[in-house]
Design a protein around this ligand. Structure first.
Ligand code: SAM
Length: 167
């Protein structure tokens, strides 16, 4: 969806007031080569351009233990997204679907994630590859890539039934 927040045929918005239930703190800012939504890739690539994650001062000590070469999951706030669409019609296929069946940036809490490789550092900045967000996107969290922390077999489609029981 949307380069400019227009609603397309078939799309449906809620009348949510904009009131929120929790607060976030931006812990840094992400600098990428993409200044227009239309030029951003739809997903990050391991061989994508080098991007810079600038950490804000108070949070620098929290990087202790992250080594160059580490795979990190980056969480960012897709600050240019509208937040009220229930049904969306992505530009690439024109099929209308529910927001929660898509990785669209348009969602009630517009959080984006990418897995990146830490290529190096430059002062308070991390130099990474694998991002897909606009230049200036706010950073909300960093975590080690989750694949290092999954002790059991990953669930397959169909492993869960309605009601939460596992087949
Ligand atoms: N990789 C993330 C994920 O899976 O959660 C984001 C995927 S989303 C499909 C990527 C698209 O979000 C980009 O192609 C661009 O159109 C849009 N986007 C990137 N940065 C944004 C921002 N700061 N605000 C709003 N939209 C953004």
């Amino acid at each position: 969806m949307s380069m400019d927040n227009e609603i397309r045929d078939g799309e449906v918005a809620t009348d949510w007031s904009g009131e929120t239930d929790a607060g976030l703190v931006f812990i840094g800012r992400i600098y990428t080569p993409w200044s227009e939504l239309g030029s951003c890739p739809r997903a990050g690539r391991a061989d994508g351009p080098l991007c810079r994650i600038e950490m804000f001062d108070p949070w620098l000590p929290a990087l202790a233990g992250i080594a160059d070469g580490a795979m990190l999951e980056v969480f960012y706030w897709l600050h240019r997204s509208r937040r009220d669409l229930l049904l969306q019609c992505p530009r690439n296929d024109g099929v209308t679907r529910g927001t929660f069946s898509l990785r669209s940036p348009i969602r009630p809490n517009p959080i984006g994630t990418s897995i990146v490789r830490l290529e190096g550092r430059d002062g308070a900045s991390l130099l990474v590859r694998g991002l897909d967000c606009l230049d200036g996107t706010p950073l909300i969290d960093l975590k080690p890539d989750r694949s290092e922390f999954i002790p059991m077999a990953l669930p397959k489609p169909g492993d869960f039934q309605v009601g939460g029981t596992r087949s």
